[in-house]
Write a protein that binds this ligand. Structure first.
Ligand code: DGL
Length: 272
C-alpha cells in the first residue's frame, strides 16, 4: 500500500482525460496533475526540446513525491519514452495501452491514428500496433490545430470552427474506411463528440488518456501500490500559465470545479 499521489502530466489540458478516468476508477487516490500550459503545444517542436520539457515535467512530479508517473501526452509518450523508463517509480504512457485497445476493437483491421505532428512523425502508434498484429493496416494523420482549439476552449460539440477543422483533417482517414480511430493526442478526447460525429457511428474512438489511466490502475494493483482505504485524499493541479483558462475548460470537462486546487508554477526556474 502506498498513500502518495499519482503524478499525471501533459503539455496542457489534454491529460485531464486521464485524470477523469483515474477519478472514476480509483476515487480514493490522490493525484498531482501538471499541465505545461505556458509552453503548449509540444507537438510542433523538435525532439531535443520535447525531451528537455519532458525531463523537467517529470522532475517536477518527482519533487512532489509521487508514487508513479503517467505521461498523459501522446507527444511525450512518442518522443521521450527513454526519460520515463529511467524513472525510479513506475511509468505508464499512452501508446501501448491505446494500441492494445484499438487492436482489440477493430473488426476490419483498418485503424486510423490521429495525433500531433511529432507523434505521427515518430510512428510510435503504428509500430506498437504492428507489434501486436502485423496484418493491421494503419492510417496516420496529424491534426495540429486541434490542440490550440482545445486550449482556447473551442470544445462545445456544436462549435462550427472545430467541426470544419475536423472535417478537413479527418477526410483521408474516413476515406480509408477505418472502423477504429485512436485519438492519439490526449487533447482530442475533449472534442470526441465532434470527431465522432464527423467519423460516423460505425467508428470506435479510442481515448488515449482513458486507456493510459486503465493501465495505470492495473499497474498500481499489480505492484500493491494502491492507497489504504480511507486515506486522506488530495487532488492538486499545477500549470505554467495563468490558471483561469485551464480552470474553465477543466471544469467543463471534469464536471467539477478545480478552483482553489490549481496553482501556477515556474517550471524553468525552481519548480518547488
Ligand atoms: N496532449 C498532447 C499530446 O497528447 C498535446 C501535444 C501538444 O502539446 O502539442 O500529444
Amino acid at each position: 500500500m502506498d498513500n502518495r499521489p499519482i503524478g499525471v502530466f501533459d503539455s496542457g489540458l489534454g491529460g485531464l482525460t486521464a485524470v477523469k478516468q483515474l477519478e472514476k476508477l480509483l476515487p480514493g487516490e490522490s493525484i498531482i496533475y501538471f499541465g505545461d500550459t505556458g509552453r503548449v503545444p509540444y507537438g510542433s517542436r523538435g525532439k531535443e526540446t520535447i525531451l528537455r520539457y519532458a525531463r523537467q515535467d517529470m522532475d517536477f512530479l518527482l519533487s512532489q513525491n509521487v508514487k508513479a508517473v503517467l505521461a498523459a501526452c501522446g507527444t511525450v509518450s512518442s518522443v521521450a519514452r527513454s526519460v520515463g523508463e529511467a524513472l525510479s517509480v513506475p511509468y505508464i504512457d499512452v501508446i501501448r495501452p491505446s494500441a492494445q485497445a484499438a487492436a482489440a476493437a477493430t473488426k476490419n483491421g483498418k485503424i486510423g491514428v490521429i495525433g500531433t505532428a511529432a507523434t505521427i512523425h515518430s510512428d510510435s502508434y503504428r509500430s506498437a500496433l504492428l507489434r501486436l498484429n502485423h496484418k493491421l493496416q494503419v492510417f496516420p494523420q496529424a491534426c495540429p490545430l486541434f490542440v490550440s482549439l482545445v486550449e482556447s476552449g473551442f470544445v462545445a460539440p456544436q462549435d462550427e470552427v472545430t467541426r470544419l477543422v475536423a472535417e478537413r483533417y479527418l477526410a483521408p482517414v474516413r476515406a480509408a474506411g477505418v472502423d477504429t480511430l485512436i485519438l492519439g493526442c490526449t487533447h482530442y478526447p475533449i472534442i470526441a463528440p465532434t470527431i465522432g460525429s464527423v467519423m460516423g457511428r460505425g467508428v470506435t474512438l479510442i481515448d488515449s488518456g482513458r486507456e493510459a489511466a486503465l493501465a495505470m490502475a492495473q499497474a498500481l494493483k499489480d505492484r500493491d501500490l494502491l492507497c489504504e482505504p480511507g486515506a486522506p485524499r488530495q487532488v492538486r493541479y499545477f500549470v505554467t500559465d495563468t490558471p483561469e483558462n485551464f480552470m474553465n475548460v477543466a471544469e467543463l470537462f471534469l464536471g467539477h470545479s478545480v478552483e482553489g486546487r490549481t496553482q501556477r508554477i515556474d517550471i524553468e526556474g525552481d519548480p518547488a
